[in-house]
Design a protein. Structure first.
Length: 258
């Protein structure tokens, strides 16, 4: 009797542990699926999208607007690119998160300004799409941050794209090295992307071999940057630890990305 009792008890305990492991596996699977299918958080490490996104911003990228491909997976594994399901082309002006073509383990963020078939050129720092200029309206002076917590003055403009989408950009200098480009036509299945900090962004103006993006394959899209969840000023790292709480930019918490 006692042996049978011990055996039965052991089976119940084993069954209990198995049930708990199954529940844990279910929770992990649900989180993995949600992260892969709905949205994923990302951290902004550079100032290339200032003043729209700041160094230290934590943003959320929605994955469903553009459909799903291997770049949408929450972990990067080497799979052959086979297109996207439920695919949608981004709109001009969308801020997108994508896998950098030079190293797909890196996630970058830029703004879409050119769609397949568009002709793109910059002339004296002004964007032209199919020979139509993007309107620039001066909006004072801001501070462009660098990766070390310093900053320098930057002219701020409201840029209005030909489709009517408006957003802020920074221009730190006139006649910058990327202010004048040859006109290029965006090939099928690709996008032309720019950083909002026009003098500090390796984007589609810079070839991939030189560390830029070149023409961005749509298949590299992760999702659309929709909101800033939180933000912390990295420049405060050089201050005493007890002051670090003051580095939280509370005004940026839960704000939309425009």
């Amino acid at each position: 009797m006692s042996v049978e009792k011990i055996t039965v008890t052991t089976k119940r305990k084993s069954s209990g542990w198995a049930g708990q492991l199954m529940q844990l596996a279910g929770i992990v699977a649900a989180v993995f699926i949600a992260k892969g299918a709905l949205a994923e958080p990302f951290y902004v490490p550079s100032g290339s999208m200032e003043p729209t996104l700041l160094i230290g911003d934590a943003l959320i990228a929605s994955k469903f607007p553009y459909g799903y491909g291997t770049s949408s997976l929450p972990i990067q594994i080497n799979l052959p690119e086979s297109g996207r399901v439920f695919a949608e082309t981004p709109k001009q002006g969308d801020v997108v998160v994508f896998r950098w073509p030079g190293d797909r383990s890196q996630a970058w963020v830029k703004r879409v300004v050119g769609l397949p078939g568009d002709r793109i050129q910059l002339r004296q720092g002004q964007l032209f799409v199919n020979d139509r200029p993007a309107e620039l309206k001066p909006d004072g002076v801001g501070a462009a941050e660098d990766d070390n917590g310093g900053s320098e003055p930057a002219y701020r403009y409201v840029e209005t794209l030909p489709n009517g989408v408006s957003h802020l950009i920074f221009k730190m200098r006139d006649n910058g090295p990327l202010d004048n480009t040859q006109e290029v036509t965006v090939p099928p299945g690709h996008l032309f992307v720019l950083g909002d900090n026009r003098d500090n962004s390796a984007d589609s103006r810079v070839p991939l071999r030189s560390g830029g993006v070149g023409m961005l394959p749509i298949d590299n899209l992760v999702g659309r940057a929709d909101a800033v969840l939180g933000s912390w000023d990295l420049g405060i790292r050089g201050q005493p630890v007890w002051t670090w709480l003051s580095g939280f930019r509370m005004a940026r918490f839960f704000t939309a990305v425009h």
